[in-house]
Design a protein around this ligand. Structure first.
Ligand code: APR
Length: 174
């Protein structure tokens, strides 16, 4: 299956790259961002700090992605992306969330990476309703796979309820 949905802690996956749901500073945070930094070790924060700011306090604008090594993680790379904060859906949130997924895979292709695991970007602190986010994520990943079939993509959800939501979205686009 070119796209699979699992319930797991993304920091445990030995894949080519795991995706981090970061914020624009790329200096860590809570949620999956905090878990990835804890598991990768302090070298990850140093690598993020070394990334050039594109604006004061901004190393990765919303919708874009940046790549660093995975350091102590079983994954070789971390692709950091910044999802949109949910403000009701009228502020281009869906397009920004789709951009996150497309930009992550663009960076993966540039490095010849194939097995990529995504968390449920924006579905935590950023408040994006999971069923809507899942539809955007799975729809975008299916489009990408149509032109780049050699990817193996994993939606790594934290817990069964979120896994069920993303599996339902995958069933819709399969
Ligand atoms: N593995 C997989 N998924 C996880 C893990 C983990 N170890 N820990 C949390 N998650 C899940 C959450 O349960 C949620 O479904 O990741 C999803 C994304 O939630 P957040 O981590 O809160 O990310 P997001 O909603 O994109 O908010 C980003 O939160 O941590 C800060 O620095 C981050 O400011 C940024 C904001």
């Amino acid at each position: 299956m070119l796209i699979s949905v699992i319930a797991a802690d993304i920091t445990t996956l030995a894949v080519d790259a795991i995706v981090n749901a970061a914020n624009e500073t790329l200096l860590g945070g809570g949620g999956v961002d905090g878990a990835i930094h804890r598991a990768a070790g302090p070298a990850l924060l140093e690598a993020c700090r070394a990334l050039p700011p594109v604006a004061p306090g901004v190393r990765c604008p919303t919708g874009e992605a940046r790549i660093t090594p995975g350091f102590a993680l079983p994954a070789r790379w971390v692709i950091h992306t910044v999802g949109p904060v949910w403000h009701g859906g009228g502020g281009g949130e869906a397009d920004l969330l789709a951009s996150c997924h497309r930009n992550v895979l663009r960076l993966a292709r540039e490095r010849g990476l194939r097995r990529i695991a995504f968390p449920a970007i924006s579905c935590g602190v950023y408040g994006y309703p999971a069923p809507l986010a899942a539809r955007v994520a799975l729809g975008t990943l299916r489009e990408e796979l149509a032109t780049h079939p050699d990817f193996e993509l994993i939606l790594c959800c934290f817990g069964e309820p979120m896994r069920a939501v993303f599996q339902a979205a995958l069933d819709e686009v399969a």
